[in-house]
Design a protein around this ligand. Sequence first.
Ligand SMILES: NC(=O)c1ccc[n+]([C@@H]2O[C@H](COP(=O)([O-])OP(=O)(O)OC[C@H]3O[C@@H](n4cnc5c(N)ncnc54)[C@H](OP(=O)(O)O)[C@@H]3O)[C@@H](O)[C@H]2O)c1
Length: 272
Amino acid sequence: MEEEGARLVKEPSRRRAGLAVVTGASSGIGAALAPRLAADGYDLLLVARREERLRELAERVREAHGVQARCLALDVTEEDALERLLEAAPEPAVLVNNAGAGRFGPAVEASPAEQARIVRLNCESLTRLTLGYLPGMVSRGRGVVVQMASIAGFQPVPYFAVYAATKAYVLSFSEALDKELEGSGVRVVSVCPGPVPTEFQAAAGSGDAAKEPAYNRRTPEQIAEATARAIARPRPVVTAAPYHGFLRFAQRFLPRRTVLSVAARKMRQRGI
Ligand SMILES: NC(=O)c1ccc[n+]([C@@H]2O[C@H](COP(=O)([O-])OP(=O)(O)OC[C@H]3O[C@@H](n4cnc5c(N)ncnc54)[C@H](OP(=O)(O)O)[C@@H]3O)[C@@H](O)[C@H]2O)c1
């Protein structure tokens, strides 16, 4: 009875913001984003391959925020991923293309098949999902697509060459789209984190992001906060730390060879 009463108090005060689809919600930034978007009143469709984790997260978010939270166990690189997503969430207010992966190390030692899978995930499936959802958003005159990019997309990064190139693609593609969509009511925003301690580093074979200096490191919750703000504000590219805003600005004015040398030195310092 008491529980029923508590639910009745919570429900009417909740602002309904629409549905947000979040890919890569089973860990790291995506898992932090789910409760943050729910706090803004979004219902959620949580997407990733590890279903059990999604279910636990959905349960927690429903209990804490009183929103609807559904799960879809899906590999977004599968041929039919867009169709399955459109079926589960035909008219979302927000699509967050957050699923992504990388692999540190010298390119000559890299597995061509693994690097191709990274390109497929970070670029091809992001493109397919974005272009699949945009026409509906434009016809409804509202919607936001969030691309989880990276500061690695600001310049080439030796020893992280393919990953940085995929994120440069994401930035270029998304900024161009956002310009094309001016006046349509639909926006495309790229969020550019620097090092964030998540499962990403272990999967990528990189160093421990928690050891980065505080000015260069952010938590998944801080990136989730920056992302939630980016959804509300009309800026096509968002960084979550002042230092990263400075890096983005500075690399435009420095000679490319200097930018490359600095990036290579920083990567070697990480023991790569
Ligand atoms: N952590 C950082 O330092 C950092 C910095 C800059 C940018 N980013 C970007 O932030 C995004 C999130 O990364 P994170 O740090 O949160 O890493 P993470 O903890 O490893 O999370 C990656 C997420 O992507 C999902 N995913 C991977 N492959 C998938 C696939 N084929 N289909 C569906 N889902 C898939 C994973 O779930 P399943 O394994 O369950 O499928 C997981 O939920 C990525 O785009 C990454 O490039 C991260």
